[in-house]
Design a protein around this ligand. Structure first.
Ligand code: COA
Length: 258
């Protein structure tokens, strides 16, 4: 499958997806959003894909935001449609039963920071910069940033980032928990692939249910009920039988993914 604005490469079950508009800092225009939607259809239906790395083309940017050149004509109704469109797409990523890692290789601003936050976790190269600069344009984050950033870094830090529009570097992103690891630019993708190879060796059923349960954490008491449901959904599966039997037989499990 080919895309206008994405490059994809599948290796050992790990799909590396590169947003490919380097001359525009990989900004999210309508084509990128449409391609990412088609990508999600593929990720959900293709059994050869076990996990996804999202990154940006070129040495400067992961994604420098929504494409500002498409904003000028937007009145309130178009703006609401635009925000809902991005939110729905990013929710598809967050709710995907297969793990997504954002490999942030440069600027992750506005919609780019929001895209990274919709992934299950984030790695950054040491030249990465993060920010929600929408206040500079007279708008607010509209692709989930006002909701996911406070969950990840706490309401006070999120409020400061969103109200000032200031950028932070990779070291600060690591310090406040926005990213899990910082690497050199050269080792970023291989570090992400290494983590995903570890995850791909585990039970796909347990991985999918873990994602669903962790995603329910902001729901409070309801989240605990979701955890019970996800635990129930694992019990009695072929993966559970294989995992437990392999442990008792002192061998490595081979999970059928059912
Ligand atoms: N939307 C559309 N085009 C963008 C863009 C965006 N979000 N971010 C960068 N670009 C384009 C620039 O317009 C420029 O295009 P041009 O060469 O045709 O003029 C090209 O990408 C390179 O960007 P430039 O600003 O020249 O690079 P820089 O290294 O000086 O600065 C940034 C890099 C990321 C700091 C700067 O481009 C920027 O602030 N971008 C906007 C970030 C933003 O506000 N994002 C939130 C949007 S809601």
């Amino acid at each position: 499958m080919t895309y206008d604005t994405l490059l994809t490469a599948l290796e050992e079950g790990i799909l590396t997806v590169t947003v490919n508009r380097p001359d525009k800092m990989n900004a999210l225009n309508r084509s990128v959003l449409a391609d990412l939607d088609r990508l999600m259809d593929r990720v959900l239906s293709d059994h050869d894909i076990r996990a996804v790395i999202l990154t940006g083309a070129g040495p400067k940017a992961f994604v420098a935001g929504a494409d500002i050149s498409e904003f000028l004509q937007a009145g309130p109704d178009e703006g609401a449609v635009l925000a809902k469109r991005g939110q729905d797409l990013f929710l598809r990523i967050e709710r995907c039963p297969k793990p997504f890692i954002a490999a942030v290789n440069g600027f992750a601003l506005g919609g780019g920071c929001e895209l990274a936050m919709s992934c299950h976790f984030r790695l950054a190269s040491d030249n990465a910069r993060f920010g929600q600069p929408e206040v500079n344009l007279g708008i607010i984050p509209g692709y989930g940033g006002t909701q996911r950033l406070p969950r990840l870094v706490g309401p006070g830090r999120a409020m400061e980032l969103i109200l000032t529009g200031n950028m932070i570097d990779a070291a600060e992103a690591l310090r406040i928990g926005l990213v899990n690891h910082v690497t050199t630019a050269e080792t970023l993708l291989e570090t992400a692939a290494g983590i995903l190879r570890t995850i791909a060796s585990k039970s796909p059923v347990a991985v999918a249910r873990s994602i669903e349960a962790v995603n329910a954490a902001p729901l409070g008491d309801e989240g605990f009920a979701v955890e019970v449901e996800m635990f129930r959904a694992c019990c009695g599966t072929e993966d559970m039988k294989e995992g437990v039997t392999a442990f008792l037989e002192k061998r490595k499990p081979i999970f059928p993914g059912r």
